[in-house]
Design a protein around this ligand. Structure first.
Ligand SMILES: Cc1ncc(COP(=O)(O)O)c(C=O)c1O
Length: 455
């Protein structure tokens, strides 16, 4: 398979496409090709950094991933917060198939369709009060870009063009596109690598008071000071409500969010809630904003929106923001992706939202929260563990030292479980359909791995 590059490109005797790989007959060759040619998330193309760092998965059903060699793994990740109903749920598969027979895709400029209208209607109903205008896009990062552009266009349309920066929280994560990246934690987001092109934003210390601790007003002081000092140049505050995800898996106090809402109003700054990870029940509320009983001015959702079956995101805003933007210089909102409101994605999102209700997501998540407390709680006793925290269907074990990915992933696979730890964080967010027994197996597997002495 290792043909010289020029031969692969120019040999006229070759057909247009390379022969397909079949895992059953040429797993090694397929993996070798993958290693040499395909970028994975945050991966290196330097073979010295690559031992076995990807596993070929052949199928996924319910809470199980089946690897190409037949190994079955209980999935603890829900493919990064998304597959809340598990994989290949018959109702979700049917929704996609049915929609594919009618209309898989159609441009959204000048056209509209029932799946998008139904979805927008559901989102307006489900999300916190006042978020009535829906912009559908392709991924979480794009939903954040859209939110930022809405905030900037809004301020410009009000004659406040000097309000052109955002304020974000340290330890936050909002995506990998340039605008979103400018809002991620400056250190872990490696801002220095992109310093010539990244927008310069304000950052304030992350909230320190935990979800279940006693609130102290000092926690909001960094944000208050920043807004006091710079509000005339700030269009919006962006934050992940209650759960800071990829930036540290930290759960902070609802009062922080309540105070942030008050400060945004006081200083004429929009509040953008990035609920791409937390949306649709994960934190124990349909939206994490509900822990503080607040509505943001702009809300981003994605990931679990389609039950993790297809890529789709949405940015919602208020009548006031939307009408102000529309009365501005451009007379419209300046964004319009090719795959905006893709009908397949909208159809499966509609079915996923219906499933949340039919399955009583709240009861599912409360049950998982109890199981996580019981199953992961004992990790607190391990010398290598710094902290164990649980919120809704999210379980986090923070280690004292970073885990060695090359050791921990094979060790998890040995236990029949799929995890993707990072840094010092070993964390899970199971599908809501996971049974108590399956969760017990998953958490017992994690404890066994952590007790192995390897970490
Ligand atoms: C809070 C948050 N915002 C934005 C994103 C980016 O979403 P996507 O990976 O779909 O671009 C993520 C993804 O992990 C996220 O957790």
């Amino acid at each position: 398979m290792n043909l010289p590059k020029n031969k692969m490109k120019h040999d006229p005797s070759r057909t247009m496409f390379a022969p397909e790989f079949n895992f059953q007959t040429s797993a090694q060759e397929a993996l070798a090709f993958d290693r040499q040619h395909i970028w994975h998330p945050y991966s290196s193309m330097n073979s010295a950094n690559k031992e076995q760092d990807v596993w070929p998965v052949a199928s996924a059903k319910g809470i199980y991933l089946t690897l190409a060699d037949g190994t079955e793994l209980i999935d603890g990740m829900s493919s990064w917060w998304s597959t809340v109903h598990g994989y290949s749920h018959p109702r979700l598969v049917a929704a996609i198939c049915e929609q594919a027979q009618t209309m898989s895709h159609v441009m959204f400029g000048g056209l509209t369709h029932e799946p998008a209208i139904n979805l927008a209607q559901k989102l307006v109903q489900l999300t916190p009060a006042g978020l009535d205008k829906v912009f559908l896009s392709d991924s979480g990062s794009v939903a954040v870009e859209v939110a930022v552009k809405m905030a900037i266009q809004y301020q410009q349309a009000r004659g406040k063009a000097n309000k052109s920066k955002l304020v974000a929280l340290k330890s936050g994560y909002h995506g990998d596109t340039l605008g979103a990246m400018s809002l991620c934690d400056p250190t872990t987001g490696m801002h220095h690598l992109f310093s010539g092109i990244l927008a310069q934003q304000y950052f304030v210390a992350q909230p320190e008071i935990r979800f279940d601790q006693e609130w102290q007003n000092s926690d909001i002081q960094p944000l208050r000071s920043c807004l006091e000092k710079h509000h005339q140049t700030i269009a919006a505050l962006i934050l992940e409500p209650i759960v800071q995800g990829a930036g540290g898996m930290r759960f902070y106090h609802p009062q922080y969010l309540a105070q942030a809402r008050i400060l945004c109003d006081k200083y004429d700054v929009l509040l953008i809630a990035d609920e791409i990870a937390t949306g649709f029940g994960r934190s124990g509320k349909m939206f994490a904003c509900e822990h503080a009983d607040i509505s943001p001015d702009i809300l981003c959702v994605g990931k679990a929106l389609t039950g993790g079956q297809m890529t789709l995101a949405a940015t919602l805003t208020t009548e006031q923001v939307a009408t102000t933007i529309s009365a501005g210089e451009a007379g419209c909102f300046m964004h319009g992706p090719t795959f905006m409101a893709n009908p397949l994605a909208c159809a499966v999102a509609n079915e996923s939202l219906a499933l949340l209700i039919d399955n009583d997501w709240h009861q599912q998540v409360s049950r998982l929260e109890k199981g996580l407390l019981k199953g992961l709680g004992p990790a607190n006793e391990l010398d290598s563990v710094a902290d164990v925290r649980i919120l809704g269907a999210i379980g986090v074990i923070e280690m004292k030292s970073p885990v060695d990915m090359k050791k921990i992933q094979p060790a998890c696979i040995e236990q029949g479980i799929w995890l993707r730890p990072f840094g010092r964080l070993v964390y899970i967010m199971p599908a809501y359909i996971m049974t108590d027994k399956e969760l017990e197996e998953l958490t017992a597997g994690i404890l066994k791995v952590l007790k192995s002495g390897l970490f």
